[in-house]
Design a protein around this ligand. Structure first.
Ligand code: ATP
Length: 742
């Protein structure tokens, strides 16, 4: 064994040596580029900027792979060896030293089995801490070799020792990657083809999130050219969750993925207010597509009577017939409301100018006609009349009017009952809620850009150009090259080659950006309206959708994938299932599953990868704050270690959180509290959370308070709460435990 460790240490040293060389080389190149400074032609400068960005990205990538650079070795039946790691490395002669885990040549590391060895005779997991090899674990796939090799083993799980060690390690509040121990069924999903919608259903802890993230990294590797330009979007259930996973992709060398929640999908809108679950459910229904279309149409109105306007002593009439025909023409090319309005106004002004000219009784040259049109455009009465006929309006104003002006909602949403409409009423300047966002998005789609925003942008562009021009003049003067090239030409070149935003930055700021691929986690929570918004962002329908329909808590969410996806994707989605629970000890997972079945949740089959002694502790208590403080105090000492690992969560219904956090504070603990929109601090060793906030997260130990209350709010909530721990679930209850528990 010692000999084997020494052999691997030699290889690991060589690989880190090569990594260090590459880092040094890239840093030197970056320094060279920077040293040249801002001189030279604009073209040289922009080339240098591009190189600098390239080197900076490469350095970031080389830095990110420090931990567990290499984790696997394949011994092949042609006596060759292949090392598998976080990225590909070659030596100066271009000989492959390390194979990227995503390369086709690495696939056998995850997929080969004794029954289908795929040319592999031995698979070795190399475990390292820092740059030191601490152990190796072999699986011999060629059964003939098995005799006499006492360390080699054969089991259902690939790299079982490394896997179990990873699962048992203390949590840090941040998700880690699983590259070293991806299992066969997970690998098949990760490497599944790019096209189409792939749905991954799996019970809690089956690695759906891990698989979704590794799949994003795999797709970026396998389809780099396509996806680098169009970008990849990752949608998660909450900011807390996005923070929980935010180190996984960088550790896989990928930094360009845009992450968002549905509430943040509309750039510039902060939807942090909360509202009743029933209201959110109502706002999530698909009917808002047609309601918003009608609300937009309501802003296009033919006047009942002719409108008379006097301009320069001329009597002009805005006739209902003219308005109707100008409207019909403006709608003909199916532009959104605010853009089509431009054609409508132009058409109407043309008709009014015609009336004006006729009353003049003489021919008018074209340029004078233009002046007349301009004068009509700025005449107040005409502006008002045309606005009343076709109102320029922002998505925010349209939606806020629906909520605050009952007659507008009644006109646009006749399919809702009076009672339902009453539920939606609120103040005009009330803050936005997450369920408003897909409705705003729908409105933005049908309204198009408000031309006022476009005008502001045009103004900004003019200002930008003026400053570029001034800069170009300065360059011409200082370089004495006046006459060779004009300041305008130079300014043009700066404008096209100026500092560019990355794809991710541009995509995140642009509501109408369409991505090459979208990954949706906890997708069961999405409402029909949220799906409409998301799908608008992937016209190609290239999606990875992961979730668990048994963990749904939103009333607007899904109980079956077919019910949720068929209306929006027809039947063009493929389903994959994950069935092994890696997170929760078997006893806890089995109990959670029994309770979920008793509550009629559509639970998936689930086998647990491991069990842990004393993982389920149930205690009947009289007063929760004291009991929670007492239990938690003991646990904190047990669970958290000197390295900062070890996390505990106290999970209870919203109404209890403040009191529980207070009791913990009184006991001298410092819990982080996550409620409503304020994201919990995941770096804290102890957090107090609602089940919804705990969604997708995991902790070493969970203290669950009064399950009967949690299940009353939602059975999915209880299933989520029970399946968060990696080591133990401590249940404190006063009321009887829910059905299915015993
Ligand atoms: N192949 C693997 N190797 C090591 N760890 C794994 C593997 N698969 C999953 N895990 C670990 O299991 C835990 C659960 O994974 P993950 O959070 O992705 O599950 P999930 O299916 O999204 O769960 P939930 O539905 O409860 O949110 C994580 O700690 C993850 O790192």
């Amino acid at each position: 064994m010692d000999n084997e460790l020494a052999v691997e240490q030699g290889v690991v040293d060589q690989l880190y040596g090569r990594l260090d060389d590459l880092r040094a080389q890239t840093r030197a190149r970056l320094a060279d580029v920077r040293r040249e400074g801002p001189s030279g032609s604009p073209q040289n400068r922009s080339e240098r900027d591009a190189f600098a960005t390239l080197y900076e990205d490469r350095i970031a990538q080389l830095e990110a792979v420090e931990e567990r650079l290499v984790f696997g070795r394949l011994d092949l039946d042609d006596d060759s060896r292949r090392y598998i790691g976080r990225l590909g490395l070659t030596d100066t002669e271009q000989t492959q030293l390390l194979t990227d885990w995503r390369a086709p040549a690495a696939q056998a590391f995850y997929r080969a089995t004794a029954a289908h060895p795929d040319g592999v005779v031995r698979r070795r997991h190399v475990v390292t801490r820092g740059r030191t090899v601490t152990s190796v674990e072999d699986e011999v796939l060629d059964l003939d070799l098995l005799t006499g090799d006492s360390d080699a083993r054969l089991s259902g799980l690939s790299g079982e020792g490394a896997l179990l060690a990873g699962l048992a390690a203390g949590r840090t509040g941040r998700m880690g990657d699983i590259v070293a121990t991806i299992q066969g069924e997970q690998d098949a999903i990760i490497r599944s083809e790019l096209g189409g919608a792939l749905v991954v259903q799996g019970g809690p802890g089956t690695g759906k999130t891990a698989v979704a993230l590794h799949r994003a990294a795999f797709l970026l590797y396998a389809h780099r050219r396509l996806l680098e330009r169009s970008g990849v979007l990752l949608v998660g259930p909450s900011r807390t969750f996005l923070r929980y996973i935010d180190q996984v992709l960088p550790s896989l060398g990928e930094t360009g993925v845009v992450t968002t929640t549905v509430a943040e999908l509309y750039p510039g809108i902060q939807a942090t207010a909360t509202e009743d679950e029933a209201v959110a459910e109502l706002k999530g229904r698909a009917l808002w597509g047609s309601v918003i279309a009608r609300a937009v149409r309501d802003r296009e109105r033919i006047p009942a009577q002719p409108v008379h306007v006097r301009v320069d002593g001329h009597d002009l009439v805005i006739r209902p017939n003219d308005v109707a025909s100008a409207m019909a023409r403006a709608r003909r090319n199916h532009k959104p409301h605010n853009q089509a309005r431009v054609s409508f106004v132009r058409d109407m002004l043309g008709r009014l100018a015609e009336q004006y000219v006729q009353q003049l009784g003489q021919e008018v040259p074209a340029d004078e006609r233009g002046e007349i049109v301009e004068e009509l455009r700025t005449t107040r009465e005409i502006r008002i009349a045309l606005n009343l006929a076709w109102m320029p309006i922002t998505p925010q104003k349209l939606v806020s009017d629906l909520w605050s002006k009952p007659h507008r909602l009644a006109s646009a949403a006749p399919q809702l009952s009076a009672q339902e409409r009453a539920m939606l009423v609120r103040e005009p300047d009330a803050p936005w809620t997450p369920a408003d966002v897909p409705i705003l998005d729908e409105a933005a789609e049908l309204l198009g850009e408000d031309d006022q925003a476009a005008r502001a942008e045009a103004r900004a562009a003019t200002e930008r150009r003026a400053s570029e021009l001034a800069y170009a003049r300065q360059v011409l003067e200082s370089t004495g090259s006046g006459g060779m090239v004009s300041a305008e030409m130079l300014a043009d070149r700066f404008a096209t080659t100026g500092p560019t935003l990355t794809t991710a930055e541009r995509a995140a700021a642009d509501r109408s950006w369409t991505y090459g691929h979208v990954v949706v986690d906890e997708a069961q929570e999405l409402s029909a309206m949220a799906w409409r918004s998301l799908l608008r962002r992937v016209p190609t329908r290239s999606l990875t959708i992961v979730g668990d329909v048994a963990q749904t808590t939103a009333t607007a969410g899904a109980r079956s994938w077919a019910a949720q996806l068929d209306p929006v994707l027809r039947s063009s989605w493929r389903l994959n299932e994950l069935t092994v629970n890696y997170r929760t000890p078997a006893e806890v997972a089995d109990t959670a599953r029994r309770v979920a079945v008793a509550a009629h949740l559509p639970v998936s089959p689930l086998t647990s990868a491991r069990d842990v002694e004393d993982s389920l502790v149930v205690q009947r208590v009289g007063s929760f704050p004291e009991a929670v403080a007492e239990t938690t105090e003991k646990l904190v000492a047990d669970v958290t270690d000197a390295s900062g690992a070890g996390r505990i969560a106290v999970i209870a219904v919203d109404a209890r959180l403040d009191v529980l956090a207070g009791a913990l504070r009184e006991a001298g603990l410092r819990p982080a509290l996550g409620t409503g929109s304020s994201a919990a601090d995941l770096d804290a060793p102890l957090v107090v959370l609602s089940p919804r906030e705990a969604k997708g997260l995991e902790f070493d130990v969970v203290v669950l308070v009064e399950p009967a209350e949690v299940i009353e709010a939602s059975a999915g909530d209880l299933y989520v709460a029970m399946t968060r721990p990696t080591r133990a679930l401590h249940v404190l209850h006063d009321r009887p435990l829910p059905a299915g528990w015993a």
